[in-house]
Design a protein around this ligand. Structure first.
Ligand SMILES: Cc1cc2nc3c(=O)[nH]c(=O)nc-3n(C[C@H](O)[C@H](O)[C@H](O)COP(=O)(O)OP(=O)(O)OC[C@H]3O[C@@H](n4cnc5c(N)ncnc54)[C@H](O)[C@@H]3O)c2cc1C
Length: 412
């Protein structure tokens, strides 16, 4: 059982990024005056990741602009901020966190907010001109490498997911020849299903980037000839020479430091519907696989998006302050966006790739459209391409567990 925090309690939050910081902020905003220790293994103060593949990559925004920590707001919070140090072990019963520098933190509550880390192609770590984008350091290295390329260089993206497409957008805008290699037969099909994936394909077609689907990448051969990054090796086809390569094949939850703890780890830290993993231990953000009871669902989900990480942070503070049984369950409607090829894709809800689709607004001449996903009669999500106002009409409805007929009746 998770007890309500007393005013002189201590809380250790592991992971000094969006979810962890939002939790600390919400604890203070809700009046908690005890000790909050925020531990992060990156050397930077908490910063925002979405711009890393967008405005930061193009050079439009600098490091200051993406900082989540504004001195005037955070200094009075009195956080015990431990940066550049990794948590290496958690003793669940004792709520004791051990750090790589030998420090031991005993707390009344521990919040696990260690997010996710890039999945790598074996053998490509530390290869020159081969990048991934998860951290500020990753993005700065990619930005500088892109800027060092002569115009019309060959940039190859492995993976046509949201972040891969955003990076491709930035590379194409910088005047490079972009090739995207995707394993699925249609980009994003495993996420949005075939019908919507086909509609989204028009964004790629209009982009001028070369998209090759159904391709199995087997490795990256070393630089040879004029291909300074090497060549991407493909099963059954010629290698693709590249001057710069970006690997965007997803992430895995950062749970390695919890090995040997008594927590249930199964594609993330498994929690209940209040984000509680064990008495006095919560997991939030990208690392959490939580029981989600929102919008009529009852399933365990791990959501790798900004809004859920932020919502988890403030929700965890409420759970800690109220104590387990009295705390509200987490039922916020998931939301995410992606900016690519001059369009904004936004999704509300938690649609499945096998859900049925109803077109609410057909694609117009600019490629803008709006679709609803449903499972039987039940509305599961709404996806918009550059239709932000119309999308938001469905937010409340999704939270209340609406039907597809109700969605179809909305005047747009
Ligand atoms: C390039 C990029 C673009 C994105 N764009 C979008 C977007 O457009 N829309 C959207 O909805 N979402 C987007 N996201 C996703 C969004 O940024 C994440 O959902 C969000 O950052 C998750 O926050 P988090 O705090 O849970 O985890 P993270 O942000 O991953 O932070 C976890 C932190 O914990 C640290 N850590 C890990 N292990 C340890 C340890 N053992 N000890 C100490 N510290 C540790 C990590 O280094 C990291 O600093 C994007 C993500 C990336 C990388």
């Amino acid at each position: 059982m998770t007890h309500a925090l007393t005013p002189d309690a201590t809380v250790t939050i592991v992971g000094a990024s969006l979810a962890g910081l939002r939790c600390a902020e919400a604890l203070r905003a809700d009046g908690f005056a005890g000790t909050i220790t925020l531990v992060g293994d990156e050397r930077h103060r908490p910063y925002d990741r979405p711009p890393l593949s967008k405005q930061f990559l193009t050079g439009a925004w600098d490091e200051d602009r993406i900082s989540l920590v504004k001195a005037e707001k955070h200094d009075p919070m009195g956080l015990d901020l431990r940066l550049g140090v990794r948590a290496t072990r958690l003793d669940v019963e004792g709520r004791r966190v051990e750090l790589a520098d030998g420090t031991v933190l005993d707390s009344d509550a521990v919040v696990i907010a260690t997010g996710a880390a890039l999945r790598r192609l074996p053998g490509t770590e530390d290869r020159l001109h081969v990048h991934g984008v998860r951290t500020l350091d990753d993005a700065a290295a990619l930005r500088d490498d892109l800027a060092s390329l002569p115009p019309a260089s060959r940039v190859v993206l492995i993976g046509a997911g949201f972040i891969g497409q955003e990076v491709a957008t930035a590379a194409a805008a910088a005047g490079h020849r972009v090739t995207i290699l995707e394993g699925a037969d249609l980009p994003l099909r495993p996420i949005v299903g075939e019908q919507v994936a086909r509609l989204l394909l028009d964004l790629h077609v209009a982009s001028g980037a070369e998209l090759r689907c159904g391709v199995t990448v087997t490795g990256i051969a070393p630089p040879a000839g004029d291909a300074r990054a090497g060549s991407v090796e493909i099963d059954g086809a010629d290698p693709v020479p590249a001057d710069l390569i970006v690997v965007g094949i997803g992430v895995t939850p950062s749970t390695g430091w919890l090995e040997g703890s008594s927590l249930t780890i199964d594609n993330g830290v498994v929690t209940d519907e209040r984000l509680i993993a064990a008495p006095g231990i919560l997991a939030i953000g990208d690392v959490a696989r939580f029981r989600w009871l929102g919008a009529g669902h009852d399933e365990r989900v791990r959501i790798e998006h900004w809004q859920t990480a932020a919502d988890h942070g403030s929700h965890a503070a409420k759970v800690l302050l109220a104590g387990g049984p009295l705390a509200p369950v987490f039922a916020a409607v998931p939301y995410f966006w992606s900016d690519q090829w001059g369009k904004k894709i936004q999704v509300l809800g938690h649609p499945g790739a096998d859900d049925d689709v109803a077109v609410l607004m057909a694609p117009d001449e600019e490629g803008r459209f709006l679709v609803a996903f449903h499972s039987g009669a039940f509305l599961t999500g709404v996806l918009a391409v550059s239709r932000p106002r119309q999308l938001m009409a469905f937010r409340t409805m999704l939270g209340e567990g609406a039907t597809i007929d109700q969605a179809l009746a909305v005047e747009l």
